[in-house]
Design a protein around this ligand. Structure first.
Ligand code: C5P
Length: 237
């Protein structure tokens, strides 16, 4: 299941299907980037936007971060699996039984399934919120790593993490455990609201498997050139 294939994903953070397709239309017919569809576009346009982008030949990471009781997550994952997406995710905080139900729901009759990735702690949760609101006394770094380890133990394929954490995650969870990393910026691009950033070339060195890049590509004057630059820096081709 673990198709260890490094790639650059473009975060399609657009409000409508029309904006999204207009963006994708800039790519030539034989160049189909792996894309990430998040809650905003999915909730606005529903599963049809996923089907349409899939039919155009793109691989899709459907970033909906499921978190509910095992029965509900299992059934919801079964619906997402039928959309023929390539990667989905859930919150590791849902714990082992939920993760195993998700895997079962995702698995298609022929045994194939999308990759299943865990969110450990949202990067918007700081140490203060972890301790005083979530009542977790374990330091942030250790919390993230032990959530990742629990995801690996329960059969998940990897985690979303900062590129700065990728090497540590691999060390703790094994080289084959995938790291999907946002927070990627070219050395000369705007940082925006991302704080803990890395270039595509350094992300490759640090053991990142899938780079998630939004604005450095979607807001570039020439998105196609920016995408190709990211692929070249990351994969060396
Ligand atoms: O535009 P930018 O490259 O910052 O986009 C990064 C993408 O990764 C966005 O879709 C954002 O929601 C997502 N993401 C993130 N940080 C996380 C988890 C997801 O930036 N910790």
């Amino acid at each position: 299941m673990n198709m260890q294939k490094k790639d650059v994903m473009i975060a399609l953070d657009f409000p409508t299907k029309a904006d999204t397709l207009a963006f994708l239309d800039q790519f030539p017919a034989d160049e189909k980037p792996f894309v990430k569809i998040g809650m905003e576009l999915f909730y606005a346009e529903g599963p049809d936007v996923v089907r349409e982008i899939k039919a155009r030949g793109h691989k899709i990471f459907l970033d909906l971060k499921l978190h509910d009781i095992p029965n509900t997550v299992g059934h919801a994952m079964s619906v997402l699996s039928q959309l023929d997406v390539d990667m989905v995710n859930l919150h590791a905080a849902g714990a082992g039984e939920m993760m195993r139900a998700a895997l079962e729901g995702l698995t298609r009759p022929d045994g194939a399934r999308p990759l299943l990735i865990a969110v450990t702690q949202l990067t918007s949760t700081d140490s203060n919120a972890l301790k005083n609101e979530l009542l977790i006394d374990t330091p942030m770094a250790e919390t993230v790593l032990s959530y990742a380890q629990n995801a690996a133990k329960n059969g998940l394929d990897g985690v979303v993490c900062s590129p700065l954490e990728a090497a540590l995650v691999k060390e703790r969870c094994g080289a084959g455990f995938l790291t999907v990393t946002p927070g990627i910026r070219f050395a000369d691009s705007e940082v925006g609201d991302q704080k803990r950033i890395m270039t595509p070339a350094n992300a490759a060195v640090n053991g990142c498997d899938y780079l998630v890049m939004g604005r450095p590509i979607t807001k570039a004057a020439d998105p196609l050139a920016a995408y190709r630059r990211a692929v070249k820096d990351f994969l060396g081709k």
